[in-house]
Design a binder for this molecule. Structure first.
Ligand SMILES: O=C(O)C1=C[C@@H](OP(=O)(O)O)[C@@H](O)[C@H](O)C1
Ligand SMILES: C=C(OP(=O)(O)O)C(=O)O
Length: 437
């Protein structure tokens, strides 16, 4: 297997211009397709996940073209009436493509076969399919019940109320929120049980608003996330031009590097996200602050350096709101004094791999003592990190990226480093630019 050997690099300093946000890129592409008219999407992320969405839209007959330096795209929307009515779409392992497209195509009066990589066929989608079926959609499981691949048949939307479970993935609710305005009638979405990953719903609502769609969030019995009312008779309106801000989850690796090893006079700075960001993962910086790191923020940048005392301290925190960036804390914990506990992260088990087990396994390879629970991880660092560990990455971009931080103390081998292409193909080049011996 291909690998990348990272030699020990004790110093880190410099600025990283972040690539575009995955979550915003894929939402924006689909919303632009659902519009009547053209949208210029600026600063789109170039990665496997966005490529899957672009290819899917092309297969569905949505015209788009690359403009300028390659990061800007013009999308010619089709008002939700996809020209191609019978298609097979390969969606890789992109949850932000698979879940919202399932919802949009279930309402699109066509026959669509949706499939992905083997791991995508192990990632649940049953709660979304159940909700769409309540609204009148006709969706068939082609493999295991509750999982992709799916065959969507033409259906008629009849329901006025759908219930969706919120405790496995917020992407199911995101898919419904993006697609149900197409139904042309008043619809209420009821969220059953605890909703996880809430900040991703904020991203969805924010972007829907920019595309002219009104959604009323209604609290019930003190739960602000209980219901979403979508008034009928709405159409998606292109904002004309939309700019994709930098990826806040991708920022986490550089900010953690700064918090571990940068000095205050030569910090690590990421540009593209800051105080104005609409992504929940900017709150990763708060977790670093709790560990003692020095963080500064501007409207469009965040800067990190190590604590004045020199060493990070352990934290015990609920990470349900930032599940992706939280993986970076599990590795930063190797550099902290004491035992770090990450709580309420059960969704890790159904992502690119079972991330709780995978992180525990790989953290142990560098010498950490790790306790793994159903929905938590407890990490105690060793006195010294074990050198030359070979980190398996399970085709999970975030495992490859967060374990690169081990090199701030000990040489480490990252197996299959190319897996970062899912969201950040140039990650290791950027890391090399800011690290020194
Ligand atoms: O909606 C989104 O853009 C995402 C939601 C999160 O998933 P869950 O809601 O499944 O936690 C996150 O992990 C994923 O990377 C992106
Ligand atoms: C969980 C992730 O991806 P997806 O959008 O495929 O759910 C992730 O990027 O960490």
């Amino acid at each position: 297997m291909e690998h990348l050997d990272l030699s020990a690099r004790a110093r880190v300093a410099g600025t990283v211009d972040l690539p575009g946000s995955k979550s915003i890129s894929n939402r924006t592409l689909l919303l632009a397709a659902l519009c009547q008219g053209e949208t210029l999407v600026k600063g789109l992320l170039a990665s496997d996940d966005t490529q899957r969405m672009l290819e899917a839209l092309a297969t569905l007959g949505v015209r788009w073209e690359q403009v300028g330096d390659g990061r800007d795209f013009r999308i010619m929307g089709c008002g939700g009436d996809f020209p191609v009515k019978d298609a097979s779409l390969f969606l890789g392992n992109a949850g932000t493509a698979f879940r919202p497209l399932t919802a949009a195509l279930a309402l699109a009066d066509g026959s669509y076969h949706l499939h992905g990589v083997p791991r995508m066929h192990e990632r649940p989608i049953g709660d979304l399919v159940d909700a769409l079926r309540q609204a009148g959609a006709r969706i068939e499981y082609l493999g295991n019940q509750g999982y992709p691949p799916l065959q969507i048949h033409p259906g008629t939307i009849t329901g006025e109320r759908v219930a969706v479970k919120g405790n496995v993935s917020s992407q199911f609710l995101t898919g419904l929120l993006m697609a149900l305005p197409l139904a042309g009638r008043d619809i209420t979405i009821e969220v059953v049980g605890e909703l996880i990953s809430k900040p991703y719903i904020e991203i969805t609502l924010n972007l829907l608003k920019r595309f002219g769609i009104t959604v009323e969030r209604r609290g019930v019995n003190g739960n602000d996330w209980a219901e979403f009312f979508i008034p009928g008779g709405q159409t998606y309106h292109s904002p004309g031009e939309i700019f994709v801000e930098g990826d806040a989850s991708s920022a986490s690796y550089f900010l953690a590097a700064g918090a571990i090893a940068a000095t205050a006079d030569a910090p690590v700075v990421v540009t593209g996200v800051g105080r104005q960001s609409i992504q929940g993962d900017v709150r990763f910086a708060e977790a670093l602050e709790a560990m003692g790191a020095v963080i500064e923020r501007g409207d469009n940048w965040i800067c990190a350096s190590r604590p004045a005392s020199g060493k990070l301290k352990a934290i015990d925190m609920d990470f349900n709101h930032i599940p992706d960036a939280a993986m970076t804390i599990a590795v930063a914990a190797l550099f902290a004094e004491g035992t770090t506990t990450l709580r309420n992260i059960e969704s890790w088990r159904v992502k690119e791999t079972d991330r709780i087990t995978a992180m525990a396994t790989e953290l142990r390879k560098v010498g950490a003592t790790v306790e793994e629970g159903r929905d938590y991880l407890v990490v105690t660092p060793p006195a010294q990190l074990t050198p030359d560990a070979a980190i398996a990455t399970y085709d999970d971009h975030r495992i490859a990226m967060c374990f690169s931080l081990v090199a701030l103390a000990a040489p480490v081998r990252i197996l299959d480093p190319g897996c970062t292409a899912k969201t950040f193909p140039t990650y290791f080049d950027e890391l090399a630019r800011i690290t020194r011996r």
